[in-house]
Design a protein around this ligand. Structure first.
Ligand code: SF4
Length: 396
């Protein structure tokens, strides 16, 4: 059954304070800094009897200076520096594999404990550097065309683990590079993990955090309608994984549609447009003989014309046991042309990172790839399987 989270007033702060009141006990592990907003840290310090202005100092060290060695935080008193590690940790999820595609895409595999891992993908283009991040280990939404969906939900990531993906990749960029955009399109349904996802957005977009523009953050949902309001309230962009032009096909390829159908989904999309004045991005995975016919293009145009939007066409990226095929290039072009002729704003997405299984719908736990006998060593990596500084072994 689909699980969703329920909104209450600033629950993340309440949770943090509840959590932090027990932190002074000697055998309680420290709170992970990357899960906290400035206000959270102030409340935490207050609960410990510390000066709240220390919060600003620590935030500046970490997000402005990228200093996490407490001993180097020179404006903190010696006594405070010595006790800080007892109640605050700066741990990031270790990168255990880093692969580079021939097209410049990079994939990072993170260890999130207990044998579990998640992937993030860095996608370069002429005018931006986009990081696609994961919000869950596995996913319960079971979209039929998605490799992640083959792996049931194992765990929702914490805000620290989501922010941690960003920090780890940022720390590995070349001189002068900066991640310009974030898309929550990796493993997991972001709206199935709202508390952590929106807390991480708060950290990544505030000036006391990573100061990324909210307009450069996109949350993609399969259609968890009751939680979609959080996207416009957070001031970030909405993408909808649509993938079908009618309920019959969508019920088949995306079980979430049986719970919230296209009519309900589009009502929420129209509300997003009204509230933000922005367009929705509809992602449309083209499956041979299932969603790639000309009549589907016409139906898709009719369906989407009531919503200010753009449509991203994504020819299916094959993986074992999906039961679907990638359409022929000619059919993709015909479909694209039909939508353009009808007046839709449509883009044909160039497939990136296929050789390292980093393309759309290909992310999963590497163990599943091993079970499916997908041998990445045969793909054209240009010899770029890189072991990271944490010393982890490439698993794939
Ligand atoms: S497409 Fe997204 S929501 Fe659907 S199974 Fe894959 S990760 Fe989950």
């Amino acid at each position: 059954m689909l699980e969703t989270t329920t909104a209450v007033a600033r629950p993340e702060i309440n949770a943090t304070i509840r959590q932090t009141t027990t932190q002074a006990a000697p055998d309680v592990p420290p709170v992970n800094f990357y899960s906290l907003s400035m206000e959270d840290l102030k409340s935490y310090f207050k609960s410990l009897g510390k000066e709240t202005f220390r919060s600003q100092q620590v935030f500046k060290w970490v997000y402005e200076q990228r200093v996490t060695d407490v001993e180097k935080m020179s404006n903190l008193s010696k006594a405070f520096r010595s006790e800080l590690p007892k109640f605050l940790s700066f741990e990031l999820p270790p990168v255990i594999q880093h692969l580079k595609s021939v097209d410049g895409t990079q994939k990072f595999l993170f260890d999130v404990g207990k044998g579990m891992s998640v992937e993030a993908v860095l996608i370069p283009s002429a005018d931006r550097l986009t990081l696609c991040i994961s919000s869950e280990v596995g996913c319960n939404m079971a979209c039929k065309f998605c490799y992640t969906g083959k792996q049931k939900l194992k765990r929702r990531l914490t805000a620290a683990e989501i922010v941690g993906q960003f920090m780890q990749v940022s720390d590995r960029l070349d001189e002068g590079q900066r991640i310009s955009n974030i898309v929550f399109m990796g493993m997991g349904e972001p709206l199935d993990n709202c508390e952590a996802v929106f807390k991480s957005i708060e950290v990544l977009t505030n000036d006391w955090g990573m100061n990324l523009s909210r307009k450069r953050v996109t949350v993609s949902t399969s259609g968890v309608v009751p939680e979609m309001h959080r996207i416009w309230k957070a001031g970030v962009r909405l993408a909808v994984s649509l993938n079908a032009s009618n309920d019959e096909i969508r019920d088949h390829v995306m079980p979430v549609n049986k719970r919230w159908n296209i009519e309900e989904l589009f009502k929420a999309c129209r509300e997003y447009c009204r509230e933000t004045g922005d367009k929705v991005t509809f992602e449309y995975v083209m499956l041979k003989n299932v969603t790639d016919r000309i009549e589907h293009a016409r139906e898709l145009h009719k369906l989407t014309r009531s919503v200010p939007c753009k449509i991203n066409l994504i020819p299916f990226n094959e993986h074992p046991g999906s039961g679907f095929e990638r359409p022929d290039d000619d059919q993709v072009m015909l479909f694209h042309q039909e939508l353009m002729d009808l007046g839709s704003h449509v883009l044909l997405r160039r497939t990136m990172g296929r050789d390292i299984f980093a393309a759309c719908g290909q992310l999963t736990d590497p163990k599943l790839r091993q079970d499916d006998k997908m041998d990445i060593s045969n793909s054209n990596l240009g010899g770029k399987s890189v072991r990271n500084s944490s010393g982890g072994q490439p698993r794939v």
